[in-house]
Design a protein. Structure first.
Lengths: 322, 102
């Protein structure tokens, strides 16, 4: 299974000097070049075609994939478990999360779905996947709120263009770019790309499979030292979801302004500030974003954080990086 | 500690600066991450913290020596340039120390 630590070592392409303000280079999401490459990769994988572990990526984008639930009994790859086996083998405590059974998971959703709308999709999904999603919701991480199906295309677009946090349930605060999870009306932040694995079974499988990966295990089992956090781990979409896993991912990138991502970032910050301060006279144009193709060799990153008891670590988020 | 917390590629220049910045400064980092970093940098007896500070100082003095776009890719800062991000980082982490100057 391919794996890269998120230490920059997996991004060995030569790029132009960093100190300048002109960007993006061709390999960054949102660049014109990445879009043109995306266009050239379009192909077809029939919805009922059995995925095969044939290569690092399989093209396709322009069709609606079958629900990942229909792949739960198909091995991720040769000599690899099925998603259902992965989901059933998930041990929340191994991820620093509270233990929970399938029955209790359904009860948890019934009790909390009204005030935690990101649980809505979990209500109807496979019980084994539901248990993973509920365990995640009981932890401190934010992956479920911001990087699963609740973060639909519209919410991803609003997040990347206007810092509208999918986890913020107050409409006015969300519009103003206030973070939904941090205390004290602090601003929400988003990188130049917003992504999600929008199929709940696929999202749960990626998380559960990632948790068992040796590199993630190493991070989670790192002896606790206050203030220190293990470095993140990056696995590939194919590693976690199998060939064609990219079909279940969605991504939007801030659109560069006059070829400059830095200018787009500046304008986004100015636009959000004007919106937050109700500056009606602001002439900053509204930021725009573009869809970004996810490939099977794209990375799914795992970041870590101290657990609630401050004696170990848990996963703070899991998200796709194109 | 049985092994380094940050698995740094020894061949990557500024590897400690980049990886620590990613852990604590990336927009997807946990909520208290930057506050933790502020506390952490006080422990200058920690070799990794010393390395981090030395690399931050060197990068501020010569941002062009940073490897390609690695810092941006790791941190996704929105300051407009690596130099601006690094200077902000220094001011936030070492408010009582002057910015490194050539």
């Amino acid at each position: 299974m391919g794996m890269d630590r998120i230490d920059g070592a997996d991004t060995g392409e030569t790029t132009e000097g960093r100190a300048g303000t002109e960007r993006p280079p061709a390999d960054l999401p949102g660049s014109e070049d990445s879009l043109s490459r995306a266009e050239s990769r379009r192909g077809a994988l029939a919805a009922n075609e059995k995925p095969t572990p044939a290569g690092p990526e399989t093209a396709v984008d322009a069709y609606e994939p079958e629900p990942y639930a229909k792949r739960l009994d198909i091995p991720i790859a040769d000599d690899q478990p099925t998603p259902r086996e992965i989901l059933r083998g998930f041990r929340p405590t191994e991820a620093g999360l509270p233990e929970i059974g399938e029955g209790r998971a359904a009860e948890y959703i019934a009790e909390n779905a009204d005030r935690r709308p990101w649980l809505a999709q979990a209500k109807d999904c496979d019980p084994a996947a539901m248990r993973v999603l509920v365990a995640m919701d009981m932890g401190q991480g934010h992956a479920l709120e911001r990087h699963e199906g609740h973060a639909d295309d519209e919410r991803l677009q609003r997040r990347v263009t206007g810092f509208q946090d999918p986890a913020q349930l107050d409409d006015a605060k969300r519009f103003a770019g206030i973070d939904g999870l941090k205390p004290g009306n602090r601003p929400h932040r988003c990188a130049d790309t917003a992504t999600a694995i929008q199929d709940p079974e696929a999202f749960a499988t990626a998380f559960a499979r990632g948790v068992r990966h040796p590199s993630v295990r190493d991070a989670l089992e790192t002896p606790f030292v206050a203030g220190k956090v293990p470095q993140g781990v990056a696995l590939t979409v194919e590693d976690l979801l199998g060939v064609g896993g990219h079909h279940y991912c969605s991504a939007y990138a801030l659109e560069p302004v006059d070829g400059s991502l830095d200018e787009a970032l500046r304008r986004r910050a100015d636009w959000v500030t004007a919106k937050r301060t109700s500056n009606q006279d602001s002439d900053v144009p509204e930021p725009t974003c573009v869809p970004v193709e996810i490939r099977d060799d794209a990375k799914i990153k795992f970041y870590f954080r101290p657990n609630r008891d401050m004696n170990g670590y848990e996963i703070s988020t899991m998200y796709v990086e194109p | 500690m049985s092994r380094p917390f940050w698995n740094i590629d020894p061949d990557l220049p500024f590897g400690t600066l980049i990886s620590v910045s990613e852990i604590y400064c990336h927009p997807e980092a946990y909520d208290e991450a930057f506050d933790d970093l502020k506390q952490l940098v006080r422990h200058e007896s920690d070799e990794e913290i010393r390395t981090f500070k030395n690399e931050l100082r060197a990068a501020i003095l010569d941002p062009d020596s940073l490897p390609g776009d690695e810092l941006y890719r790791a941190v996704r800062y929105d300051d407009g340039s690596a130099e601006k991000f690094l200077r902000r980082l220094w001011r936030d982490l070492y408010p009582h120390e002057p910015l490194p100057e050539t």
